[in-house]
Write a new protein. Structure first.
Length: 402
């Protein structure tokens, strides 16, 4: 039940979000006139108040997400580098740790030929390549975390915690990102028809002492306005009229072992996606959907490094392997955007183990576009794994990017 004594938490959080977002500054760009070098300094901070039972009574969590400082340097039109740090709460000392989450060099002699090398996002899905500063429904769909270095699991509470009974295990040296290189390019064949491609190779899983590389391919076509950059957005807030389709394939041989039999396990993941943003009436509709399939060689035991050495926290692999989809939509009008998401994952585990579905509904207000906005939302996750509990979450979020 709703507890009126805790109403002050909602009011206090709401006021804090509004006032914290009211002032925003642009990123700082400095150009050295003598050398032509461009330095770009910026940052990002997302603050969330999560009511994890959905009723404001218990389990209130205050969370800092994506507290980042970024630095880009372009010393030559063909060359650039990018560094980005992030706050990590270690629950040990005062404050927390700062880690490097992006560190790569880009060689760009042409738009259609760009080589990116270092610690970066592997192009395994559209959401892998969507800027975290421009998400629609507070955070990414929970089903996007079934890609290799994202933990092989479903996520709930607006992508803030793993869904019980789904986790195959985190097997990368670099969580979420990966270490390697991507060949990327974008081009247009007409004013309305645009293409871009990705071809990546990286370390992938480090669970095995194997020399096998991770290979990732992605292609995308847009009709109308282009989405030419390496990263895209979940909503362009009425600034584009486009229809896009993409497909990706991600694989690594011998990425892990069956921890009971010792048999080598291969990873294969493919996805297809669609995106549209079009003006309708006085506002703009944005729609995004994707279908994904994860193949772990039909392994039924927990993944591991070898026999008797399972990955920490992993469930039987058939509770992770499976397929799923998500669809999300929003309507942007006069700085407001109501939004809705539904997603479903159908795992191969017995008796619905690993299966889940979720929906989100919410509202965003944009003080300065994606640079300063607040979001409020509700999520309900139906965890179908036997013995698991459903999860309801109410969230208030503030987002600053400069």
């Amino acid at each position: 039940m709703f507890n009126p004594n805790k109403l002050w938490l909602v009011l206090l959080s709401s006021c804090a979000l509004i006032f914290s977002s009211a002032s925003v500054q642009a990123g700082v760009k400095i150009t050295d006139e003598k050398s032509g070098t461009v330095v770009d300094l910026g940052g990002r901070l997302q603050y969330l108040t999560l009511f994890n039972d959905g009723s404001f009574d218990n389990d209130v969590e205050y969370k800092v997400r994506r507290a980042r400082i970024r630095l880009g340097i372009t010393p030559h039109p063909w060359w650039s580098m990018f560094l980005q740090t992030e706050f990590s709460d270690d629950d040990v000392n005062s404050g927390g740790d700062v880690r490097m989450i992006d560190a790569f060099i880009t060689f760009k002699p042409r738009d259609w030929f760009q080589l990116i090398g270092g610690e970066r996002m592997a192009p395994a899905s559209r959401q892998n390549l969507t800027s975290s500063g421009a998400l629609m429904t507070v955070d990414r769909p929970g089903s996007n975390n079934y890609t290799l270095t994202w933990g092989l699991r479903g996520q709930t509470q607006f992508n803030n915690s793993a869904i019980s009974g789904t986790r195959g295990g985190s097997v990368g040296d670099v969580s979420v990102r990966d270490l390697g290189a991507t060949l990327f390019g974008s081009t247009s064949t007409s004013e309305k028809l645009h293409f871009k491609y990705y071809a990546g190779v990286s370390d992938g899983s480090t669970a095995r002492t194997s020399d096998e590389e991770r290979f990732t391919l992605r292609a995308q076509v847009n009709y109308g306005d282009a989405e030419p950059g390496y990263f895209g957005l979940s909503t362009y807030l009425g600034k584009k009229q486009t229809l896009g389709f993409g497909a990706a394939y991600d694989t690594q041989s011998d990425f892990a072992a069956d921890s009971v039999t010792g048999q080598s396990v291969d990873y294969k993941y493919w996805t297809v996606d669609a995106f549209a943003e079009q003006p309708i009436g006085p506002g703009t509709v944005t729609f995004e959907a994707a279908y994904s399939d994860l193949d772990l060689d039909d392994t039924q035991n927990p993944l591991g490094n070898s026999i008797g050495d399972p990955l920490s926290g992993g469930v039987n692999a058939d509770q992770t392997q499976g397929s799923g989809y998500y669809a999300q939509t929003g309507y942007y009008i006069n700085k407001w955007q109501p939004w809705f998401l539904y997603e479903d994952w159908d795992a191969d585990g017995n008796n619905d183990a690993g299966d889940w579905s979720a929906y989100r509904v919410g509202l965003s207000y944009f003080f300065a576009g994606h640079n300063a906005n607040v979001k409020v939302g509700y999520e309900n996750t139906d965890n179908k794994t036997p013995g698991a509990n459903d999860i309801q979450t109410f969230v208030l979020g503030a987002y600053i990017t400069f």
